[in-house]
Design a protein around this ligand. Structure first.
Ligand code: AMO
Length: 438
C-alpha cells in the first residue's frame, strides 16, 4: 500500500501528483453534475478540488458527495492528479471520504456568497465570518505585529511584564471605569497599566513593556472606540526628555510596518492592502499649530480642547497631502493631560505627546512627574484624592528616577496600517456598549 501524505488542502502542488494524499477541511462548495461531482475543500492555507468521476468512484463516496451539506468538515484520502482546470494545478480523486462533522443547514451566514452581510450578523456569527480568508488574514497580520513589537523591544533592552487587570483605582479618569464586586470590596477593570508600569521604574526594572487587555467603559459609538482593546505600553527610566520615548516608539512602529510588509505578503494580497512605510523622522506638530492648521481649513477647535475625531481626520488629510502618514502632536496644555504627566514649568504646557497615523491617534504618552510633592499637587489640582493612590505614591518617596512612557492601541495601529474601516475588524470578538456576546 502506498504511503498517505498528509497535506494541507491549500498547500497541495502539482509536485504532489500521482501520490496518495490525505486532506482535511471545510466543504466550501459541492457540485453534482450527474457524471461527475466536485468538492472545493478549504482550510487555512487555501482550497483544493476533490474530483469524483462517477465511473471511477465508489458509489458510497458519490452518495456522500451528493448529500454533503456545505461547510461540513471532511477528511478525504485519494490520489493527487495534475489538473489544468483545478485551482493550484492539482486535484484529488477520492478513495475515501469521512464526514468528521456535518454542518447543519441553513447556514447562519454564507462564507463565499457575494451578498453583503450586515456587520452585526457577521459579529453575531464570528466563527463563521472568520472562515473567510480576508477576515482571517487581519488576525494573522495582528499576530505578526505583536511578535514584531516583542522582538524590537527585547532588542532594545526592555523586559516584558504583566500587571493586574483587577485594580482598586483607575488612572485614566472615572468616567470610563468598569466597576465590579471583588469579594467585599469594589474593584475596577484596569484602563491601562499606567500606575504599575511607573511603580516598576522605582523598582529598578528600568525599561518595561506590556501587551495586554485594557478596559474602558466608552459610551461613544465610533469606529475607533471599543470597551476592550489590546494596549501596548512601555515605560523607560533615566530619560533626558520625552524625545527619548518618542524615538523608541518611532523605531518600533517603523520596524513593525516594515516587518509586516516583509512577512505578511500572502495576507496583504488576500486583503488587497497596500502597506507603505511612513516617512521618517515623523514630523512634530505643536498642539496649537495643529489647531491652527485645522482652523485654516474651516474647522473650529477651542484651544485646550481635544482635536476630536473630525479634527484628527482633517489634520490627517492635511498631513497626507504633504506625504506624512505618521506625525507627532505635542506641547499639549497641561490641563488637558492626566495627573501623571509632567508640567512644563513657566508655561501652560506639558511634556506629553500623541502619535497620529493617517488621521487617528494611535498612541499617547510623555514624561512623567517623578517628584513626589509635585505629583501630589497635580493630583489635587485634578480633583483626585491622593489617599486612594497611596500604593502608587509610595513608590515615589523612596527613590524614583525620571521616566516616561507610552500607551499604544494595537488594534488602532492594525486598523490604520491596513486601512480597515472599523477597529472592530481587528478584534476577534469585539466589545462595545451594545455587544457582550459572543
Ligand atoms: P490613552 O488613554 O491615550 O493613554 O490610551 C492610549 C492608546 O490606547 C488606545 N485606546 C483605545 N483603543 C480602542 N478603544 C478605546 N476605547 C481606546 N482608548 C484608548 C489609543 C490610545 O492612543 N496611560 C496612557 C498612556 C501613557 O501615557 O503611557 C493612556 O492610557 O490608541
Amino acid at each position: 500500500m502506498s504511503t498517505v501524505n498528509n497535506r494541507n488542502s491549500g498547500n497541495l502542488t502539482p509536485a504532489d501528483a500521482e501520490k496518495e494524499v490525505m486532506v482535511q477541511g471545510w466543504a466550501q462548495d459541492i457540485r453534482n453534475l450527474g457524471g461527475i461531482s466536485f468538492l472545493q475543500l478549504r482550510d487555512r492555507h487555501g482550497i483544493v478540488q476533490i474530483t469524483a468521476p462517477k465511473k471511477k468512484t465508489a458509489p458510497e463516496i458519490m452518495e456522500i458527495m451528493a448529500s454533503l451539506p456545505r461547510e461540513s468538515v471532511v477528511k478525504v484520502t485519494g490520489l493527487a492528479k495534475a489538473s489544468k482546470q483545478a485551482k493550484g494545478g492539482v486535484e484529488v480523486l477520492p478513495s475515501n471520504i469521512e464526514v468528521l462533522s456535518a454542518a447543519a443547514s441553513p447556514l447562519p451566514m454564507g462564507v463565499i456568497d457575494k451578498v453583503n452581510v450586515e456587520a452585526d450578523t457577521r459579529f453575531d456569527h464570528r466563527f463563521m465570518d472568520l472562515r473567510k480568508p480576508n477576515v482571517r488574514a487581519v488576525f494573522e497580520i495582528k499576530s505578526q505585529v505583536l511578535s514584531l513589537i516583542d522582538q524590537y523591544l527585547v532588542k532594545n533592552g526592555f523586559t516584558e511584564v504583566f500587571t493586574p487587570k483587577l485594580v482598586a483605582s483607575g488612572a485614566e479618569g472615572g468616567a470610563t471605569l468598569f466597576q465590579l464586586r471583588y469579594f467585599d470590596q469594589t474593584a475596577y477593570l484596569a484602563q491601562s497599566p499606567q500606575l504599575y508600569k511607573q511603580m516598576l521604574m522605582s523598582a529598578g526594572l528600568d525599561r518595561v513593556f506590556e501587551i495586554g487587555p485594557a478596559f474602558r467603559a466608552e459610551p461613544s459609538d465610533t469606529v475607533r472606540h471599543v470597551s476592550e482593546f489590546i494596549s501596548f505600553d512601555g515605560e523607560m527610566a533615566f530619560i533626558e526628555s520625552q524625545r527619548d520615548v518618542q524615538q523608541m516608539i518611532e523605531g518600533c512602529t517603523q520596524a513593525v510596518i516594515a516587518g509586516v510588509m516583509e512577512r505578511c505578503k500572502p495576507q496583504l494580497e488576500i486583503l488587497g492592502a497596500e502597506v507603505t512605510l511612513p516617512k521618517t523622522p515623523y514630523p512634530v506638530l505643536a498642539y496649537e499649530d495643529a489647531v491652527e492648521m485645522v482652523a485654516a481649513e474651516g474647522m473650529k477647535v477651542e484651544l485646550g480642547e481635544d482635536l476630536g475625531t473630525e479634527g484628527e481626520k482633517l489634520l490627517g488629510e492635511i498631513m497626507s497631502r504633504q506625504g506624512n502618514d505618521m506625525y507627532w502632536i505635542q506641547e499639549y496644555p497641561e490641563e488637558a493631560k492626566p495627573f501623571y504627566i509632567m508640567e512644563k514649568d513657566g508655561s501652560p504646557y506639558s511634556f506629553s505627546f500623541d502619535l497620529d497615523y493617517k488621521g487617528q491617534e494611535i498612541s499617547s504618552g510623555g514624561q512623567r512627574e517623578h517628584r513626589y510633592d509635585r505629583l501630589v499637587e497635580r493630583m489635587e489640582k485634578k480633583g483626585l484624592d491622593p489617599q486612594s493612590f497611596n500604593f502608587y505614591l509610595e513608590a515615589f518617596r523612596f527613590g524614583m528616577p525620571p521616566h516616561g512612557g507610552w500607551g499604544l492601541g494595537v488594534e488602532r495601529l492594525v486598523q490604520k496600517m491596513l486601512d480597515l474601516p472599523n477597529i472592530r475588524e481587528a478584534i476577534l470578538f469585539p466589545r462595545d456598549r451594545v455587544r457582550l456576546v459572543p
